[in-house]
Design a protein around this ligand. Structure first.
Ligand SMILES: [Zn+2]
Length: 263
């Protein structure tokens, strides 16, 4: 069994001076045979002893002894500096860790914040579809609805015209989606009711299935017997068309995408 550095410290100086009893000498030797830092201490101690002896012996011998002492001092400084360097390294590691954690949290928040609230919208649409309420702003003019939404959401929102899929506007409302004020436009269609959601800043669709129509990316949720959702992003806005019929939602999404991306 070998001793730890702190346990062997008081043996090192007597060991260097060659005054330890056999048991202690073996303990010290066992330790310094595998511990370079303690070995350096012993060698330095022996160096000091040699230097002192040569100083005692003659004045001339003091000349090389100065160099030996300088070397020893350098070695001791190196040894003393080691814990400080380690400490500095530890602080640097902690600082780096804090930075990584902070960055990670900010990144995670940004990533979460940009996620398009698809499941919220499907749920909201189901509720509105089963118990229709009068919209906050009733109009069948897409341009008027867009203007109303712009003044309430303080975001540039274009008119969303669904005439291409035979749907006509009923009105607009502002809905809070996970704390983000968003627009909900409700339309009558031949098949029932459709809603277009305009969610500022929510333009990431990681959990949705991706498809392409007319060279545009659409992201969808289509489950048998459940409302369909087709979503896309344009100019920093996340759009979603929800409809009781997924195929209706698909064709209305293409219509809506065309009308909102027109110059
Ligand atoms: Zn040691």
């Amino acid at each position: 069994m070998t001793m730890k550095c702190n346990e062997v410290q008081e043996l090192l100086a007597p060991y260097a001076d060659g005054v330890l009893v056999d048991d202690e000498k073996q303990l010290a030797e066992a330790h310094i045979s595998h511990c370079p830092s303690c070995r350096l201490r012993v060698e330095s101690q022996q160096g000091i002893a040699i230097a002192l002896r040569s100083l005692n012996r003659s004045q001339r011998a003091a000349v090389p002894a100065d160099r030996v002492l300088r070397d020893i001092r350098t070695q001791w400084n190196l040894i003393d500096a080691r814990p400080r360097r380690q400490l500095r390294l530890q602080f640097a590691s902690i600082a780096a860790l804090v930075l990584i954690c902070t960055f990670g949290m900010v990144w995670a928040r940004l990533a979460v914040d940009r996620s398009f609230p698809a499941s919220f919208i499907v749920q909201d649409y189901s509720e509105v579809n089963s118990a229709p309420l009068a919209p906050q702003y009733s109009t069948n003019d897409p341009a008027a609805a867009a203007k109303w939404l712009r003044s309430h959401l303080h975001t540039a929102i274009p008119p969303v015209n669904l005439s291409l899929c035979n749907a006509h506007l009923v009105g607009a409302s502002v809905v809070q989606i996970h704390g983000t004020p968003s627009g909900r436009l409700v339309y009558h269609t031949p098949a029932g009711m459709a809603a277009v959601y305009v969610v500022p800043g929510k333009t990431a669709f990681r959990s949705l299935a991706r498809s392409q129509t007319d060279g545009n990316d659409f992201y969808s949720i289509t489950q048998p017997g459940a409302p369909g959702l087709f979503a896309w992003s344009y100019n920093g806005l996340g759009y979603g068309v929800a409809d009781a019929s997924p195929t209706e939602a698909d064709s209305c999404a293409v219509a809506a995408q065309r009308s909102t991306s027109m110059p």
